[in-house]
Ligand binder design. Structure first.
Ligand code: NAP
Length: 303
């Protein structure tokens, strides 16, 4: 296979990530490998933006970039700068992919669709299933929107009863109406309904930060609540570092199948790649490269 530098010439198209921080992103690895495999004359760079976000967005047009991904803290902030939003991005109120088409900037959100694409890749059936979703931030709302569009039977959502609760409630009402799917929102500390929902769900999905970073020892459900899980419930975590959160380890101990956030990460990237290039990302090669990188960095997967 040719080296990246062999492909760069006067026609090379630039893609990138706008985020802060950006240096640990796996997106450059995923997209550059995919450009190489698909023989597409393009490169993808991570930009750590600390000032002048509007100038950065303007540069997509100025530099004739093919598009960008957005991560924290820009997924909402980007919206006023865009010419158009996909229906999902509009309802969710967050964009992770910008497509540059002849001077127009189109915002899409592939987090939720990537999540379900990964479940499909694991051969899970989604239609008519009941899910419980913990958390309703950017990732959570995107998964709720994609799940509603996939024909889930019922979506139970648990979120802390704080200042953002009414806003999320209104968004979920819009989503339920748009996709004609029942969505129920409860306060996170409504443990009676949480336990009822967990017991009735085919999929339990953690979209909170609980279990990552300094919170690795925490779980979004108590040990007693974990015992309510049916062995047929698939337990998912959008977190991919660590690969197995305490939630997933406890679910496995209860006999449940589990899915971590790495597949979601790869498939949200695959969908951005397709929107930009109309080509399929070589997902198996990308997964292997990420695992190798992770092994090199950490001395082993899951550490
Ligand atoms: P976000 O917008 O900040 O939302 C976080 C959600 O978690 C909010 O609903 C928040 O509750 C809830 N939460 C946080 N701490 C909590 C706690 N102690 N108890 C109960 N709820 C809590 O963040 P995000 O962008 O959605 O990201 C969430 C997670 O998804 C992160 O771990 C991120 O790394 C991961 N993620 C993964 C992928 C992937 O491709 N695998 C993609 C995107 C995000 P409130 O609403 O009450 O504040």
């Amino acid at each position: 296979m040719s080296q990246l530098t062999d492909l760069i010439d006067g026609r090379t198209r630039l893609y990138g990530l706008f985020a802060h921080p950006a240096e640990h992103s796996l997106s450059p690895l995923m997209h550059n490998l995919s450009f190489q495999r698909r023989q597409i004359n393009a490169v993808y760079l991570a930009f750590d933006l600390t000032s002048d976000f509007s100038g950065a967005i303007q540069s997509i047009r100025e530099l004739n970039m093919g598009g960008v991904n957005l991560s924290m803290p820009f997924k909402k902030q980007v919206i006023p700068y865009l010419d158009e939003l996909t229906p999902t991005a509009k309802i969710v109120g967050a964009v992770n992919t910008v497509i540059h088409r002849q001077g127009r900037l189109i915002g899409a959100n592939t987090d939720g669709t990537g999540f379900f694409e990964n479940l499909r890749a694991h051969h899970y059936v989604i239609k008519n299933k009941t899910v419980t979703i913990l958390g309703a931030g950017g990732a959570g709302l995107s998964i709720i929107a994609a799940g509603a569009s996939e024909g889930l039977r019922m979506i139970h959502v648990f979120k802390r009863h704080n200042a953002t609760f009414p806003k999320v409630e209104a968004r979920l009402r819009d989503l339920a109406r748009f996709y004609q799917t029942p969505i129920r929102l409860y306060a996170y500390d409504d443990r009676t309904n949480l336990q009822r929902a967990v017991r009735a769900s085919d999929f339990l999905i953690n979209t909170t930060h609980i279990g990552m970073g300094n919170d690795r020892q925490s779980m979004p459900l108590t040990g007693e609540e974990m015992k309510l899980l049916l062995p047929t419930t698939v337990v998912c975590d959008v977190i991919y570092e660590p690969r197995k959160t305490r939630l997933l380890l406890a679910a496995e101990a209860s006999g449940c199948e589990t899915v971590n956030g790495l597949g979601m990460l790869i498939y949200q990237g695959a969908q951005s790649f397709k929107l930009w290039t109309h080509e399929e990302m070589p997902v198996d090669a990308v997964r292997a490269a990420i695992e190798k990188e992770s092994e090199n960095k950490n001395g082993g997967i899951g550490s």
